[in-house]
Design a protein around this ligand. Sequence first.
Ligand code: SF4
Length: 352
Amino acid sequence: MTTWTLAAAKALHELPFLELIHQAATVHRAHHDPNKVQISTLISIKTGGCPEDCGYCPQAARYHTEVEGEPLLSVARVKAQALRAQAAGSSRVCLGAAWRNVKDGPEFEQVLEMVREVSRLNMEVCCTLGMLTPHQAKRLEEAGLYAYNHNVDSSEEYYKEIISTRAYEDRLETLRNVRKTAVTLCSGGIIGMGESLEDRMSMLVRLANMDPYPESVPINALVPVEGTPLEGQAPVSIFEMVRMVATARILMPETQVRLSAGRTSMSPEGQALCFYAGANSIFAGDKLLTTPNPDIAEDQALFRALGIQPQAPYEKHAPRKAADIVSPALGEKPKWSRPGHQIPRNEEKRRR
Ligand code: SF4
């Protein structure tokens, strides 16, 4: 395994643009079919009302956004949405809940049932539910979960400027807990939050030096939402996005690099450039949790224009089999931290 340094990652990122994407495309072709892109669908199974203070997120209860809180969806509704997504070409479903961390109890049992039901549809199931104990990770594995998403978001240093209700180390602890199981890891971040180039590279180096690195790395461009502390951030340019994708591809040759939030502001040509530079997944559906996303018909037209085929489920890793013996809940009482430092722009938006 290559150990990456910050200097090496920065040097790559700073290559002349055409040289960088050529190198990235060469790595991409050596490890993936360049004409296949996975379509994933993100289903918000529990929306809004989150106690955290992530400065980019309209689901944080403390900010005044248009997001309406909704309780946990029923298993039947999630299954119906997954079937619609599958009919539209998705091979992966990500179930997202606006929670700080998973709590043992009826809601977690309901999520485990969702995992079992959607896995039976021959779809890769990913969950993003917040912080997770080792036993909860084990229970998700037993339910047949394919992947767990927990983004590191940014560099460790810049993380403190975005979130005060939990520590970076808690993120890493959850990732380690998932790695104790056979569930694959999905972890990436967001650019355009006011971070420096060094922060972006530090985030990629952190991911790339995990042993093994995540099987899936989403690269998001901030979608500034009115009422959140980051509402006034300037948009990320397409060249910044392509450079980020290309660098991620070179640092993590085998991973599935996912074009995530921010695609609505990218032209079809810009997205094609991202695919060339090594992105091989998109999120489909008109909403990405609560922010806008391109219409599925637009994505299908783009795939036709580029001759891209949707990637089938389990092309990269074998499916997880649900276990016959299911462990009971342990009711662990984890001590997740609450740094609680003041982030002036977060406080200002909370008070408004
Ligand atoms: S990003 Fe997740 S944890 Fe942070 S406020 Fe939004 S829903 Fe909560």
